[in-house]
Design a protein around this ligand. Sequence first.
Ligand code: DGL
Length: 270
Amino acid sequence: MDNRPIGVFDSGLGGLTSVRELLARMPGEDIIYFGDTGRVPYGGRSREIITRYARQDVAFLRTFDLKTVVIACGTVSSTAIDVLKTEQDIPMFGVVEPTARRAVRLTRNGKIGLIATQATISTGAYERVIRALAPQAEIYAAACPLFVPLVENGRTRPGDVVIETVARDYLTPLKEAGVDVLVLGCTHYPLIREVIGAFMGPEVQLVDSGAEAAHEVGRWLSEHDSLASADHVGRCRWYVSDAQGFRELASRFLGRPVTEPVERVDIEQY
Ligand code: DGL
Protein backbone atom coordinates (compact mmCIF):
# COMPACT_ATOMS: atom_id res chain seq x y z
CA MET A 1 0.00 0.00 0.00
CA ASP A 2 1.15 3.51 -0.74
CA ASN A 3 -1.02 6.51 0.15
CA ARG A 4 1.26 9.08 -1.44
CA PRO A 5 -0.29 11.07 -4.30
CA ILE A 6 0.04 10.47 -8.03
CA GLY A 7 1.42 13.55 -9.84
CA VAL A 8 -0.16 14.30 -13.21
CA PHE A 9 0.72 17.08 -15.63
CA ASP A 10 -0.18 18.45 -19.03
CA SER A 11 0.40 21.61 -21.03
CA GLY A 12 -3.11 22.64 -20.03
CA LEU A 13 -6.39 20.96 -19.34
CA GLY A 14 -6.13 17.87 -21.56
CA GLY A 15 -4.48 15.80 -18.83
CA LEU A 16 -7.71 16.02 -16.88
CA THR A 17 -9.14 13.41 -19.27
CA SER A 18 -6.52 11.11 -17.80
CA VAL A 19 -7.34 12.18 -14.23
CA ARG A 20 -11.02 11.45 -14.89
CA GLU A 21 -10.10 7.90 -15.83
CA LEU A 22 -7.68 7.51 -12.89
CA LEU A 23 -10.41 8.56 -10.47
CA ALA A 24 -13.01 6.32 -12.10
CA ARG A 25 -10.73 3.31 -11.67
CA MET A 26 -9.06 4.27 -8.39
CA PRO A 27 -11.22 6.75 -6.44
CA GLY A 28 -9.09 6.32 -3.32
CA GLU A 29 -5.99 7.88 -4.91
CA ASP A 30 -4.73 11.38 -4.12
CA ILE A 31 -3.95 13.38 -7.25
CA ILE A 32 -1.72 16.43 -7.60
CA TYR A 33 -2.42 17.98 -11.01
CA PHE A 34 -0.35 20.63 -12.71
CA GLY A 35 -1.67 22.25 -15.92
CA ASP A 36 0.64 24.70 -17.64
CA THR A 37 -2.32 26.82 -18.70
CA GLY A 38 -0.19 29.95 -18.97
CA ARG A 39 2.01 28.43 -21.70
CA VAL A 40 -0.39 26.10 -23.54
CA PRO A 41 -0.22 24.98 -26.32
CA TYR A 42 3.11 23.13 -26.40
CA GLY A 43 2.33 21.32 -29.64
CA GLY A 44 3.73 23.91 -32.05
CA ARG A 45 6.97 24.45 -30.10
CA SER A 46 10.47 23.08 -30.60
CA ARG A 47 11.84 20.00 -28.86
CA GLU A 48 14.16 22.23 -26.76
CA ILE A 49 11.33 24.39 -25.45
CA ILE A 50 9.00 21.45 -24.81
CA THR A 51 11.77 19.66 -22.89
CA ARG A 52 12.51 22.77 -20.82
CA TYR A 53 8.84 23.27 -19.99
CA ALA A 54 8.41 19.57 -19.14
CA ARG A 55 11.43 19.65 -16.81
CA GLN A 56 9.92 22.62 -14.99
CA ASP A 57 6.52 20.90 -14.74
CA VAL A 58 8.13 17.80 -13.25
CA ALA A 59 10.34 19.87 -10.91
CA PHE A 60 7.22 21.54 -9.54
CA LEU A 61 5.43 18.22 -9.06
CA ARG A 62 8.50 16.77 -7.34
CA THR A 63 8.13 19.36 -4.55
CA PHE A 64 5.50 16.88 -3.34
CA ASP A 65 6.29 13.40 -2.09
CA LEU A 66 4.77 11.44 -4.99
CA LYS A 67 4.68 7.74 -5.74
CA THR A 68 4.58 8.21 -9.51
CA VAL A 69 4.25 10.83 -12.25
CA VAL A 70 1.87 10.59 -15.21
CA ILE A 71 2.84 12.60 -18.27
CA ALA A 72 -0.75 13.15 -19.39
CA CYS A 73 0.36 15.00 -22.50
CA GLY A 74 0.99 13.41 -25.87
CA THR A 75 3.38 16.15 -26.85
CA VAL A 76 5.64 15.77 -23.80
CA SER A 77 5.33 11.97 -23.84
CA SER A 78 6.53 11.77 -27.43
CA THR A 79 9.18 14.48 -27.15
CA ALA A 80 10.77 14.34 -23.72
CA ILE A 81 9.89 11.14 -21.86
CA ASP A 82 13.32 9.56 -22.32
CA VAL A 83 15.10 12.63 -20.94
CA LEU A 84 12.69 12.89 -18.02
CA LYS A 85 13.00 9.20 -17.17
CA THR A 86 16.78 9.45 -17.15
CA GLU A 87 16.73 12.47 -14.86
CA GLN A 88 14.03 11.36 -12.41
CA ASP A 89 14.25 8.60 -9.81
CA ILE A 90 10.51 7.96 -9.75
CA PRO A 91 8.35 5.78 -12.02
CA MET A 92 7.02 7.90 -14.90
CA PHE A 93 4.28 6.94 -17.33
CA GLY A 94 3.55 8.51 -20.70
CA VAL A 95 0.66 8.05 -23.08
CA VAL A 96 2.35 6.75 -26.23
CA GLU A 97 3.17 3.12 -25.44
CA PRO A 98 -0.12 2.01 -23.88
CA THR A 99 -2.11 3.84 -26.55
CA ALA A 100 -0.14 2.36 -29.43
CA ARG A 101 -0.51 -1.12 -27.92
CA ARG A 102 -4.28 -0.70 -27.69
CA ALA A 103 -4.52 0.52 -31.30
CA VAL A 104 -2.62 -2.53 -32.52
CA ARG A 105 -4.89 -4.84 -30.52
CA LEU A 106 -8.04 -3.18 -31.89
CA THR A 107 -7.33 -2.89 -35.60
CA ARG A 108 -8.83 -5.52 -37.90
CA ASN A 109 -7.69 -4.20 -41.27
CA GLY A 110 -4.22 -3.01 -40.12
CA LYS A 111 -4.97 0.62 -41.04
CA ILE A 112 -4.39 2.84 -38.03
CA GLY A 113 -5.08 6.57 -38.01
CA LEU A 114 -3.24 8.92 -35.70
CA ILE A 115 -4.15 12.50 -34.87
CA ALA A 116 -2.00 14.58 -32.54
CA THR A 117 -0.16 17.87 -32.25
CA GLN A 118 2.45 18.89 -34.79
CA ALA A 119 5.24 18.17 -32.28
CA THR A 120 3.96 14.66 -31.56
CA ILE A 121 3.57 13.78 -35.23
CA SER A 122 7.07 15.03 -36.07
CA THR A 123 8.72 12.82 -33.45
CA GLY A 124 7.36 9.63 -35.09
CA ALA A 125 7.03 8.18 -31.57
CA TYR A 126 3.66 6.50 -32.17
CA GLU A 127 4.80 5.05 -35.49
CA ARG A 128 7.89 3.51 -33.86
CA VAL A 129 5.89 1.71 -31.18
CA ILE A 130 3.16 0.59 -33.59
CA ARG A 131 5.68 -0.71 -36.13
CA ALA A 132 7.61 -2.61 -33.46
CA LEU A 133 4.39 -4.44 -32.57
CA ALA A 134 2.84 -4.70 -36.04
CA PRO A 135 5.41 -4.21 -38.81
CA GLN A 136 2.76 -4.53 -41.54
CA ALA A 137 0.48 -1.85 -40.10
CA GLU A 138 -0.36 1.09 -42.33
CA ILE A 139 -0.27 4.30 -40.31
CA TYR A 140 -2.02 7.46 -41.47
CA ALA A 141 -0.99 10.43 -39.35
CA ALA A 142 -2.37 13.96 -39.31
CA ALA A 143 -1.26 16.93 -37.24
CA CYS A 144 -4.23 18.92 -35.97
CA PRO A 145 -2.76 22.20 -34.67
CA LEU A 146 -6.10 23.99 -34.28
CA PHE A 147 -7.75 21.37 -32.08
CA VAL A 148 -6.01 22.29 -28.79
CA PRO A 149 -6.76 26.04 -28.94
CA LEU A 150 -10.36 25.31 -29.95
CA VAL A 151 -10.82 22.85 -27.09
CA GLU A 152 -9.21 25.24 -24.58
CA ASN A 153 -11.71 27.84 -25.81
CA GLY A 154 -14.65 25.54 -25.23
CA ARG A 155 -15.47 24.96 -28.94
CA THR A 156 -16.17 21.28 -28.41
CA ARG A 157 -19.86 20.69 -28.98
CA PRO A 158 -21.41 18.82 -31.91
CA GLY A 159 -23.16 21.41 -34.07
CA ASP A 160 -20.41 24.01 -33.50
CA VAL A 161 -19.62 24.97 -37.08
CA VAL A 162 -16.02 25.94 -36.32
CA ILE A 163 -14.93 22.65 -34.73
CA GLU A 164 -16.92 20.62 -37.26
CA THR A 165 -15.32 22.41 -40.22
CA VAL A 166 -11.80 22.04 -38.81
CA ALA A 167 -12.43 18.38 -37.95
CA ARG A 168 -13.67 17.63 -41.48
CA ASP A 169 -10.59 19.24 -42.95
CA TYR A 170 -8.14 17.28 -40.76
CA LEU A 171 -9.96 13.94 -40.79
CA THR A 172 -11.05 13.56 -44.42
CA PRO A 173 -7.75 11.96 -45.59
CA LEU A 174 -7.86 9.44 -42.73
CA LYS A 175 -11.46 8.55 -43.46
CA GLU A 176 -10.69 8.16 -47.16
CA ALA A 177 -7.73 5.90 -46.28
CA GLY A 178 -10.18 3.51 -44.58
CA VAL A 179 -8.64 3.41 -41.09
CA ASP A 180 -10.62 1.28 -38.65
CA VAL A 181 -8.88 2.63 -35.53
CA LEU A 182 -8.13 6.26 -34.81
CA VAL A 183 -5.67 7.17 -32.05
CA LEU A 184 -6.55 10.38 -30.24
CA GLY A 185 -2.87 11.05 -29.62
CA CYS A 186 -3.41 14.25 -27.68
CA THR A 187 -5.15 14.26 -24.31
CA HIS A 188 -7.29 17.24 -25.30
CA TYR A 189 -9.08 15.33 -28.04
CA PRO A 190 -11.49 13.22 -25.94
CA LEU A 191 -13.36 16.50 -25.41
CA ILE A 192 -14.23 16.47 -29.12
CA ARG A 193 -14.74 12.73 -29.28
CA GLU A 194 -18.37 13.13 -30.32
CA VAL A 195 -17.46 15.44 -33.20
CA ILE A 196 -14.64 13.14 -34.34
CA GLY A 197 -16.72 9.97 -33.91
CA ALA A 198 -19.67 11.40 -35.84
CA PHE A 199 -17.43 12.32 -38.75
CA MET A 200 -15.42 9.06 -38.85
CA GLY A 201 -18.48 6.83 -38.44
CA PRO A 202 -19.34 3.99 -36.05
CA GLU A 203 -17.03 1.46 -37.72
CA VAL A 204 -13.94 3.43 -36.62
CA GLN A 205 -12.84 2.79 -33.03
CA LEU A 206 -11.35 5.76 -31.17
CA VAL A 207 -8.49 5.22 -28.71
CA ASP A 208 -8.24 7.76 -25.90
CA SER A 209 -4.56 8.27 -24.97
CA GLY A 210 -5.21 9.82 -21.53
CA ALA A 211 -7.41 6.89 -20.56
CA GLU A 212 -4.86 4.33 -21.78
CA ALA A 213 -2.14 5.95 -19.66
CA ALA A 214 -4.46 5.86 -16.64
CA HIS A 215 -5.10 2.14 -17.17
CA GLU A 216 -1.38 1.48 -17.42
CA VAL A 217 -0.70 3.31 -14.14
CA GLY A 218 -3.53 1.43 -12.43
CA ARG A 219 -2.08 -1.91 -13.54
CA TRP A 220 1.42 -0.94 -12.44
CA LEU A 221 0.31 0.29 -8.99
CA SER A 222 -1.68 -2.85 -8.44
CA GLU A 223 1.18 -5.15 -9.55
CA HIS A 224 3.60 -3.28 -7.26
CA ASP A 225 1.26 -3.28 -4.28
CA SER A 226 1.29 0.51 -4.42
CA LEU A 227 -2.41 1.38 -4.55
CA ALA A 228 -3.79 3.57 -1.76
CA SER A 229 -5.22 1.63 1.16
CA ALA A 230 -8.91 0.73 0.97
CA ASP A 231 -9.87 3.16 3.77
CA HIS A 232 -8.01 6.10 2.15
CA VAL A 233 -10.24 8.91 0.87
CA GLY A 234 -8.78 10.29 -2.35
CA ARG A 235 -8.27 14.05 -2.68
CA CYS A 236 -7.39 16.17 -5.71
CA ARG A 237 -5.23 19.28 -5.65
CA TRP A 238 -5.14 21.56 -8.66
CA TYR A 239 -2.20 23.74 -9.70
CA VAL A 240 -2.00 25.86 -12.85
CA SER A 241 0.27 28.53 -14.26
CA ASP A 242 -2.77 30.69 -15.10
CA ALA A 243 -6.01 30.13 -13.22
CA GLN A 244 -8.18 32.27 -15.52
CA GLY A 245 -11.26 30.25 -16.52
CA PHE A 246 -9.76 27.02 -15.15
CA ARG A 247 -12.59 25.94 -12.87
CA GLU A 248 -15.36 26.06 -15.45
CA LEU A 249 -13.48 24.43 -18.29
CA ALA A 250 -11.77 21.89 -16.05
CA SER A 251 -15.15 20.73 -14.80
CA ARG A 252 -16.03 19.78 -18.38
CA PHE A 253 -12.79 17.86 -18.87
CA LEU A 254 -13.17 16.12 -15.55
CA GLY A 255 -16.86 15.36 -15.88
CA ARG A 256 -17.61 16.76 -12.40
CA PRO A 257 -17.44 20.19 -10.77
CA VAL A 258 -14.00 21.30 -9.58
CA THR A 259 -14.80 22.36 -6.02
CA GLU A 260 -11.31 22.13 -4.50
CA PRO A 261 -9.01 25.18 -4.34
CA VAL A 262 -7.06 26.01 -7.50
CA GLU A 263 -3.60 27.46 -6.88
CA ARG A 264 -1.47 29.45 -9.28
CA VAL A 265 2.17 28.43 -9.67
CA ASP A 266 4.96 30.63 -10.99
CA ILE A 267 6.34 27.80 -13.13
CA GLU A 268 9.30 29.81 -14.44
CA GLN A 269 10.76 29.55 -10.91
CA TYR A 270 11.33 25.82 -11.33
N1 DGL B 1 -2.69 17.70 -24.17
C1 DGL B 1 -1.52 17.98 -24.95
C2 DGL B 1 -1.13 16.74 -25.74
O1 DGL B 1 -1.58 15.67 -25.36
C3 DGL B 1 -1.76 19.22 -25.75
C4 DGL B 1 -0.54 19.68 -26.42
C5 DGL B 1 -0.42 21.14 -26.62
O2 DGL B 1 -0.32 21.85 -25.63
O3 DGL B 1 -0.34 21.55 -27.78
O4 DGL B 1 -0.38 16.76 -26.69
